[in-house]
Design a protein around this ligand. Structure first.
Ligand code: CA
Length: 224
């Protein structure tokens, strides 16, 4: 597993690198947002996850995330932020980040969050499922409608997979949250809604048959 840390506070960056290497990760480090952007555009396939500071010289972490998602780069991104207000956390998720950690944080917390975004269901064989006109491959996590691939972030994919297991049924907010997040991320309950909104938008662009119904106060239903 290879990580890229983009953090301009050198002491913090070096410490993180040391801790993560100790946990068995290969770690590259950059201190400038613009340089990170160029590196990730070329080498994103080399990284399993990117740890991104919010305030960076060159290009800030949120802009960088937005640019990468606009280029269909889906590598998991965890943002290190100094701001703990709900609005700025939601803004980070809307920019396309998979998760965030509020500074100051313990190394255990960061490691847990990395493990969480990296955790993918173990697939022993390619299993393709179709619901309506949407096809998912649980081994490669590819989602498509006809010949069009729908590029989803890891969280969006995990949510869609939950719905694929039980099409037509109501999935409660608690069920969805516990399937997709296992570190107390859902102290912030609108996080789920933000991811659902993005997932809906992406599917609506290509799919004619599938949609999500909001069941007020309960959860969501995947209808085909
Ligand atoms: Ca900084």
């Amino acid at each position: 597993m290879r990580l890229l840390i983009v953090e301009d506070e050198e002491v913090l960056a070096q410490n993180l690198k040391k801790i993560l290497e100790h946990k068995g990760f290969a770690v590259d480090m950059l201190m400038d947002g613009e340089k990170a952007h160029s590196r990730i555009l070329l080498y994103h396939k080399d990284y399993d996850a990117i740890i991104l500071d919010l305030t960076l010289p060159g290009m800030d972490g949120a802009t960088l995330t937005r640019n990468l998602r606009a280029d269909d780069i889906t590598t998991p991104i965890i943002i290190l932020t100094g701001r703990s207000d709900t609005e700025s956390k939601v803004a980070l998720l809307n920019a396309g980040a998979d998760d965030y950690v509020v500074k100051p944080f313990s190394s255990e917390e960061l490691v847990a969050r990395i493990a969480s975004v990296l955790r993918r269901p173990v697939a022993t064989q390619t299993v393709v499922h179709a619901v309506g006109d949407i096809v998912i491959d649980t081994a490669t996590h590819r989602v498509s409608v006809g010949s069009t691939e729908i590029v989803l972030t890891l969280k969006e994919y995990s949510l869609l997979e939950c719905f694929f297991r039980r099409p037509g049924e109501i999935l409660t907010r608690e069920e969805l949250s516990s399937q997709v997040w296992d570190f107390n991320a859902l102290t912030l309950s609108n996080v789920l809604d933000v991811h659902m909104k993005n997932l809906r938008k992406k599917l609506a662009r290509s799919s004619n048959s599938a949609r999500f119904e909001t069941v007020r106060g309960v959860g969501y239903r995947f209808v085909v």
